[in-house]
Design a protein around this ligand. Structure first.
Ligand code: N01
Length: 546
């Protein structure tokens, strides 16, 4: 299938597939589409490749899945020629890796940067998507794929007076490219999620004064960064394919022990020993799966939550500050836990202060600082580490209009509904990479991305071979999958927390647990089974010829 237009005044250009996003998903998707003989065009609002790693340049930004695992596995040669310098690579190193991938597979020539896709409209009569950008490009395509990431739309600060401040304003999710020097400055950080927890120690190291405004304390464990873990390197060296296969069939996308041991049933010394080992390992999936029932049993969860609180109290010298930093009103791991490097220690520094917004709420941001109910603060800079409109935000921020003029925003007004987290009824030939209803943010994203991309490209191959023009899930299949996603979440503790997984961080957003918690391996089997059964749950319609 070839490009039939060139966009030079003779009508819109046409490609087989338009892709939004040039991060881990979009780059691999473009590579695989090309390998299979499909023409594709990728658009990205950023000035270069990288996706989330292009924008999140704040001090301390790193991955929090070991980089041995947070990397593509599709090409053993690529793996052999790239060596990560640390257990958790920095944002510049990950960005350099993605730049290397773009060069190695000559991807940039099909990517249009600094261009935002504004709308995509399904043309029923032509069975094509018509995509428009903010640069006036118009391009039609057979399939339209949002590879736009789950955490790529920063939340607009829902804080009174946020735009009144006259000093420097930064967002962790859209950090400037220049080096920001906080030396000698009075800095505020609002937000103590992963971005806040990673950046606060480094901002504190530079700033004259740092005030951290915390609404909800977070569970965090020390990353123990350093060289890549010897046991993971050894396992990879011994049998790379087996290691990568183990990741694909694991619950989280990272090979590791799977235990059914219950925290509540285990003897105290066993609990302590397992917890300490997981704490020392400095891996989120290790601590999240240290007992089999952590996410199902409140009492078991509380055992581990309290052990983490004990650690916080042992690090933070001032007892009031320590208590304020201890999460107490949601179960461990139901809000995304963090990995840190010296986060809690930072609050022992004399120039760092913690403000508990639960006791001293922000009344307004002023021209010169922040007023809480009982104090006025003056700042030179405010850093918003206030998170994202996660998962659905990036998808509905583009005007995507399917059959009968229904937009995705309208369809998902009460929450996302998908078949397999990949497709949605009423939007033929439309795919979401790591969309809601797939393991996505509960997994090692790179493993989940590769699985989705492979599935989508294989699906295109199959459609082409059978001369099918469109594919779209049936309402019944979508309802069944959505119910399954909801049922899986309902038997866990996840829905009890006000997390971004639930959409609870964005005022007015429907409260629905968005990712699929069934596990990476189980989910992969399901997707493969659907394809093997001739796309069970989908309606495919024949075309008039390729
Ligand atoms: O965002 P968050 P993030 N007033 O939503 C607070 C991934 N990630 O950018 O919890 C005051 O977690 C908010 O408080 P509360 C990772 O998956 C990965 O840090 O809503 N405070 C919270 O403390 C992560 O989970 C890495 O009460 C307000 C914070 O801001 C996800 O991205 C690094 C507020 C937001 O935390 C998002 O992380 C970074 C308000 N009006 C991120 N609004 C890696 O290491 C919000 N907050 C790979």
């Amino acid at each position: 299938m070839a490009v039939v237009g060139n966009g030079s005044g003779v009508g819109p250009a046409e490609v087989d597939v338009v892709v939004v996003g040039a991060g881990f998903s979009g780059l691999y998707l473009l590579h695989r589409l090309r390998q299979h003989g499909f023409s594709a065009k990728v658009f990205d609002a950023a000035g270069d490749v990288g996706g989330t790693w292009y924008w999140n340049r704040y001090p301390g930004a790193r991955c929090d899945v070991p980089t041995t695992d947070y990397a593509y596995s599709f090409d053993p040669e690529l793996e052999r020629e790239w060596t990560w310098s640390e257990k958790y690579a920095t944002q510049p190193e990950i960005l350099a890796y993605l730049g290397h991938v773009a060069d190695r597979y000559d991807l940039r020539r099909d990517i249009q940067f600094s261009t935002r896709v504004e709308s995509a409209v399904w043309d029923e009569s032509a069975s094509r998507w018509c995509v428009r950008t903010d640069h006036g490009d118009e391009i039609t395509c057979r399939a339209y794929v949002m590879a736009s990431g789950c955490l790529s739309l920063p939340k607009t600060p829902d804080i009174e007076g946020a735009n009144r401040f006259r000093g420097e304003i930064y967002f962790t999710g859209k950090w400037p490219h220049d080096v920001i020097d906080f030396t000698g400055k009075r800095v505020a950080v609002i937000g103590t999620g992963s971005s806040g927890i990673q950046s606060i120690p480094l901002i504190a190291a530079a700033a004259d004064q740092l005030t951290v405004f915390q609404r909800t304390p977070n569970f965090s464990i020390p990353a123990g960064n350093g060289p890549a873990p010897a046991e993971r390197l050894a396992a990879l060296a011994a049998d790379r394919d087996a290691y990568r296969e183990a990741a694909k069939t694991s619950p989280t996308g990272v090979p590791g022990e799977v235990t059914e041991l219950s925290a509540i049933a285990a003897p105290e010394e066993v609990r302590r020993e397992r917890f300490e080992a997981a704490w020392e390992a400095g891996e989120l999936f290790a601590i999240g799966t240290v007992f089999g029932d952590l996410l199902f049993n409140q009492a078991s969860n509380e055992i581990v939550a309290e052990m983490i609180r004990e650690k916080i109290r042992s690090i933070v010298v001032d007892p009031d500050t320590a208590e304020t930093l201890c999460p107490k009103d949601y179960p461990f791991a139901t809000k995304r836990p963090c990995l840190d490097t010296g986060y809690f220690q930072t609050f022992n520094l004399p120039h760092v202060r913690l403000v508990d917004l639960r006791k001293h709420a922000i009344v307004t941001v002023t021209e010169t600082g922040i007023d809480t109910a009982d104090e006025s603060f003056e700042f030179d800079a405010i850093v918003y580490a206030t998170g994202f409109d996660a998962m659905t935000g990036p998808l509905v921020s583009v005007d995507i209009t399917g059959r009968q003029g229904v937009t995705l925003r309208e369809k998902w007004a009460d929450g996302p509904s998908t078949y397999l987290g990949l497709t949605t009824t009423g939007f033929p030939n439309f795919f979401t990479i790591t969309g809601p209803g797939s393991p996505s943010v509960l997994s090692n994203m790179v493993v989940s991305i590769e699985q989705h991309v492979d599935w989508v490209v294989d699906c295109h191959d199959d459609l082409r071979a059978k001369n099918f023009e469109t594919i779209e899930p049936t309402p019944l299949a979508e309802a069944g999958w959505s119910q399954h996603v909801a049922d899986c979440a309902a038997i866990t503790l996840y829905p009890t927390a006000n997390s971004w997984y639930m959409g609870a961080n964005v005022p007015g957003k429907p409260r629905i647990f968005m990712p699929y918690i069934g596990g990476v391996g189980v989910y992969r089997e399901k997707c493969d089974e659907v394809a093997a059964k001739g796309y069970e749950g989908f309606r495919t319609l024949a075309g008039s010829g390729p």
